[in-house]
Design a protein around this ligand. Structure first.
Ligand SMILES: Cc1ncc(COP(=O)(O)O)c(C=O)c1O
Length: 405
């Protein structure tokens, strides 16, 4: 079959593939524990469900403007004022079918083939593939000090005359680490000075633990005019547990939003009227659901870190937010795909190999499931990996026998 050069180099989304694997195993009745997922289990806000239900009943579900319906854009403008102290107009906002599509349209709007996009490792699995889809070149930067905290110094070394944008995702998928305010201030200043686009993927920004508050990069921008190259990406998927509603957005200067909207208009048109209506209700309704999710995730994360301490030799960086923990399991095998596959084969626990996020030897574990799944999942992993484990393990009626070293 003849396919394009670009398509030849695109990998499937490892995380979506694992969701599929877990679903197939579950459908077969296997007692699988999915620690690979990236979506909260809580229900979407009631305001969103009621709004969507009402609209569905009315049957008035039509095409929408390519940049989103005015009511959703108004809600996004209010959100931007509240969380970013950035005063924007409808022309600065584009709603999309998920943050993923907003990001993709922005990349298509700014990148020429062979231009480069820098992002810190570990990174969300989709960044390299999205950049490649545009014919541009992904440039991951691994912190040289072995932490998950990028340093401007490391990023600076990767900047060339082809560098067009930097993507920052904090708190970060997969590490759960929230970058420091100092780093955000530095990267904003650096990108402004160099005339580089700065794309802030803030999809987890309210899901931070303890006393942490979402960091507002706009606060550090010196250029607050329509020339600003600072782009905010966000959406309802994570904070409102509305992954399947597929609504996200971009906030940027009007010219960039106009071009990205033109691109979107030919790809998918405006997002679904029904789901925009639900997202508007979530953004405008009671916000206690976000706080409740945040507290649940904080508790789950604490339990996961505690349970992981039972392993010998793994290194854990306690997450500051998100639904993920990213321990270094290299003591059990340098090849994270092999370790992850071993855990699925032997004890039916789904994990995501670190190599998918640009860091070999690590596993991404998700904290968005039930506490019982987190604790049992980690106990099964320990049984499989620890050579001092007893010979047998029962999963309900299922007896597993340890016949490996
Ligand atoms: C860092 C990051 N950005 C963006 C997205 C995509 O969000 P959406 O569901 O709104 O497309 C995800 C989803 O996993 C993510 O982890």
């Amino acid at each position: 079959m003849s396919i394009s050069e670009i398509a030849k180099h695109i990998s499937p989304s490892a995380t979506l593939k694992l969701n599929e694997t877990a679903a197939i195993l579950r459908a077969k009745g296997e007692p699988v524990i999915h620690l690979g997922g990236g979506e909260p289990k809580s229900k979407p806000p009631i305001d969103a469900l009621v709004a969507a239900g009402g609209m569905l009943q009315s049957g008035e579900i039509r095409y929408t403007p390519p940049d989103g319906v005015p009511s959703l854009k108004k809600a996004i403008i209010r959100y931007t004022e509240e969380f970013y102290d950035r005063m924007v107009e409808p022309g600065n906002v584009m709603a999309s079918s998920g943050a993923k599509q907003s990001l993709m349209c922005i990349l298509q709007a700014i990148l020429n083939p062979q231009e480069e996009v820098i992002f810190p490792a570990p990174y969300w699995v989709s960044y390299p593939e999205m950049v490649k889809l545009v014919g541009a070149i992904p440039v991951p930067v691994t912190p040289e000090d072995g932490t998950f905290h990028p340093r401007l110094h490391d990023i600076e070394k990767k900047v060339t005359s082809y560098t067009k944008a930097v993507i920052i995702n904090s708190p970060n998928n997969p590490s759960g680490v929230m970058y420091s305010k100092e780093f955000i201030a530095e990267i904003v200043e650096f990108c402004e000075k160099r005339g580089i686009y700065l794309l802030l993927d803030d999809i987890y920004h309210r899901l931070v633990f303890g006393d942490a508050k979402p960091i507002n990069a706009w606060e550090f921008a010196k250029d607050k005019t329509e020339n600003s190259k600072l782009v905010i990406i966000n959406g309802v998927s994570k904070q409102y547990a509305m992954t399947g509603f597929r609504i996200g957005w971009a906030v940027a200067n009007k010219e960039l939003i106009r071009v990205a909207t033109d691109i979107q208009s030919h790809q998918t048109s405006g997002p679904s009227a029904l789901l925009q209506h639900a997202a508007t209700a979530a953004l405008s309704g009671l916000q206690s659901c976000v706080e409740s999710l945040r507290l649940t995730l904080e508790n789950n994360s604490r339990i996961m870190v505690q349970k992981l301490k039972a392993f010998d030799g793994i290194h854990i960086t306690p997450p500051n937010g998100t639904f993920y923990c990213f321990p270094d399991f290299s003591v059990y095998g340098k090849d994270s795909v092999k370790v992850s596959k071993f855990l699925l084969d032997k004890v039916l626990v789904v994990t995501v190999p670190g190599v998918e996020f640009g860091m070999e030897g690590f596993l991404r574990l998700s904290t968005c499931g039930a506490i019982k799944d987190i604790t049992e999942g980690i106990e099964r992993m320990k049984w499989a990996l620890d050579p001092n484990s007893p010979d047998e393990l029962y999963i309900g009626e299922l007896k597993l026998v340890r016949d490996w070293a």
